[in-house]
Design a binder for this molecule. Sequence first.
Ligand code: PLP
Length: 435
Amino acid sequence: NTPLASYDPEIDALIEKEKYRQFSGLELIASENFTSQAVFEANGSCLTNKYSEGLPGARYYGGNEYVDQIEVLCQERALAAFHLDPKEWGVNVQPYSGSTANFATFTALINPQDRIMGLDLPSGGHLTHGYQTAKKKISSSSIYFQSMPYQVDTATGYIDYDRLEANAKLFRPKVLICGASAYPREWDYSRLRSIADQHDAYLMMDMAHISGLVAAREAANPFEVCDVVTTTTHKTLRGPRAGLIFFRRHSDAARNKDLESRINQAVFPSCQGGPHNNTIAAVAVALKQAASPEFVAYAKAVRANACRLGEALVGYGYKLVTGGTDNHSVLWDLRPHKVTGSKIEKICDLANITINKNSVHGDVSAVTPGGVRLGASALTSRSFTEDDFVRVAEFLHRAVQIAIEVQSSCGSRLLKDFVKALDGHAALTQLRTDV
Ligand code: PLP
């Protein structure tokens, strides 16, 4: 029982440095958040030691008296946090992550080579929604299923539902997927349901990014019309890293028969082995938090802060995809300024501002994306206010000004030359100090 610091000072020191990095800089990655002490404690508990293949009450291992109670509590809290009637909805809390939750869902719903339609990655969709390029099938969801992604309208940045409907008529998907990693606007669930119904398709929502907002009723409710809803638990929901799959128990539609046993089978034994009980306990703690009045206030603040960040950037003359946001994220189009998202990400890294480059619809190459994705969830967890986000926008503006200046003086478009030219740059040093 030697403490980590004594047994492995090398790893301990790196963890301490990462802790300092996380709390001394400005964390603006839209998929990240700061989880609570209570979640950390459950996640780092003795539950790590336990194997429990199967479901509560039906395990392939002994010794699951307490683990069963934890998993049942997690299921109950998941349904309660999203205001679901246990007679109508069930949930599997075992997925290790959002990606495995999505693949297990496809495994449950359809057969190999069946057709799926999800939002294209360059339009803001996630890899696991069938991502492929013209040359290559990238995600297993496009390798094992036929994928025809839909896109946003390049003029507005909003999802082009008319084109989606027309393409669905040709492709006749078995699963229509909504949800995204970089889409700042609300979903038109009733339109999506009607498109799915035209082909007797499942409607699946991957609410990973916005699940905290859905729980707090700060986003439209996907459960009203969807057959299956998946999520990660570590983004706006502020839990440990894991996934959940919610499924409709009863419905008039024949497609929803037996969803419970199909989803449960798909998670284990089809896609996973033993559940990570420590994570399930930590998810249960996060779900208890998500059902509290404090969390509703948090989710409201996340949206207000993201909105204010967007407005402040627009105030500096910048262009946002769709012009603003309905959720926690802002998609910033830097192409009018002729700097790439990679260069802004690099400068921000050097100034202790953590962001990520992101494709913006119409980008020629996904390797040099023209945008940056920003999220307000993490800094809102650190009690940042709208005024603080106005200051954050000022820092980001300074980063872009530095990029424009250095790019024009360094005479090369290559990132490595750009980084070299940043060395010792006075405005960057000042920005790092101010951050
Ligand atoms: N779904 C969406 C919409 C996501 O944005 C992500 C991750 O960012 C995932 C799924 C995958 O989650 P994980 O990284 O836990 O596999």
